[in-house]
Design a protein around this ligand. Structure first.
Ligand code: SF4
Ligand code: SF4
Length: 290
């Protein structure tokens, strides 16, 4: 089972939930893998002592254009959906803007003159660790200056395989990196906070998940602050409420110091254990799949 832990906005406690859920399942001796899909700012590793097992680079193929062979037909430029080919035939200028290139190969296919070859460009890395929790953590990390982490995220999720429970710590927002992550998930846990910002971003996440026909449930973090907007909304949408976690300075301190509260507080470890069971139960019920 793949569980994506996501949130519309950063700072709601998504990583807090993902890492502690992983820690509890690992502690129960279950086969579980944590994948840090927030490739632009991965930080799950901060919470574990971990030994590196393996690392590989994720690349894509970027076109290289030979001006000598080019007949200045312009097909490559017009086929490129990402405006990654700067083409001014009157000035005999044709250049690939590598940072905009998505490596789709359309320009190579379009060129009938054999003027385009391709070269690999590194987008980021996928690194596997064995954690102090005893189970593997796979980290996606995008190379600085790249435009999109999607391929790196995809490679990290693939590396995790399909055995046992795979927890995907999703990137914030609802754009391509989020979609790529939740697309492979059987169930999505949305972590939110009871504020107008939290509600606004939760709505966007839910609307995106509806279009993907994905099951989801909600955890309200810092549930004792803010207002009732989130609760009213999820009731209206018939989205299961998995848990409410009140603001607690002890949890906040523990998290800010890079420690896992489920390793230190039995009561909270129990809460996360029942959370894991609830996720499996809710997933089995088939509720709220749009
Ligand atoms: S590979 Fe795709 S994105 Fe890159 S320049 Fe060619 S058409 Fe554009
Ligand atoms: S499709 Fe080929 S020949 Fe035409 S402009 Fe592009 S590189 Fe030149």
């Amino acid at each position: 089972m793949k569980i994506a832990v996501a949130s519309g906005k950063g700072g709601t406690g998504k990583t807090f939930v993902a890492t502690n859920l992983f820690n509890v399942l690992s502690g129960r001796g279950e086969k579980v893998t944590l994948v840090d899909c927030d490739a632009e700012a991965p930080d799950d590793l901060l919470f574990f002592e971990a030994g590196k097992r393996d690392e590989f680079e994720v690349t894509h193929q970027v076109p290289v254009i030979s001006k000598d062979a080019c007949t200045w037909c312009g097909r490559c430029s017009s086929w490129c959906n990402y405006n990654a080919i700067f083409y001014v035939p009157t000035a005999k200028v044709i250049e690939v803007i590598e940072n905009l290139c998505h490596g789709c190969g359309a320009c190579s296919f379009a060129c009938n003159s054999g003027a385009i070859t391709e070269k690999p460009v590194v987008l980021g890395t996928v690194t596997s660790f064995t954690t102090s929790a005893g189970s593997p953590l796979i980290e996606s990390r995008m190379r600085v200056n790249e435009m999109s982490p999607v391929r790196v995220i995809k490679a990290a999720i693939k590396e995790a395989g399909n055995e046992g429970t795979v927890i995907l710590d999703a990137p914030p927002g609802t754009s391509c990196p989020f979609v790529q992550t939740v697309d492979t998930a059987d169930y999505v846990v949305l972590v939110t906070e009871p504020t107008p910002f939290g509600l606004s971003d939760l709505r966007q996440s839910v609307e995106t998940l509806k279009t993907m026909n994905k099951k989801c449930a909600v955890i309200i973090n810092r549930a004792d602050i803010g207002d009732n907007g989130v609760k009213d909304y999820i009731e209206e949408e018939k989205i299961p409420l998995l848990a409410e976690i009140n603001y607690d300075p002890v949890i906040a301190r523990c998290y800010s110091e890079g420690r896992l509260i489920t390793s230190e507080d039995d009561k909270i470890a129990g809460l996360f254990a029942s959370l894991a069971d609830k996720i499996i139960t809710e997933h089995g019920t088939g509720s709220n799949k749009w």
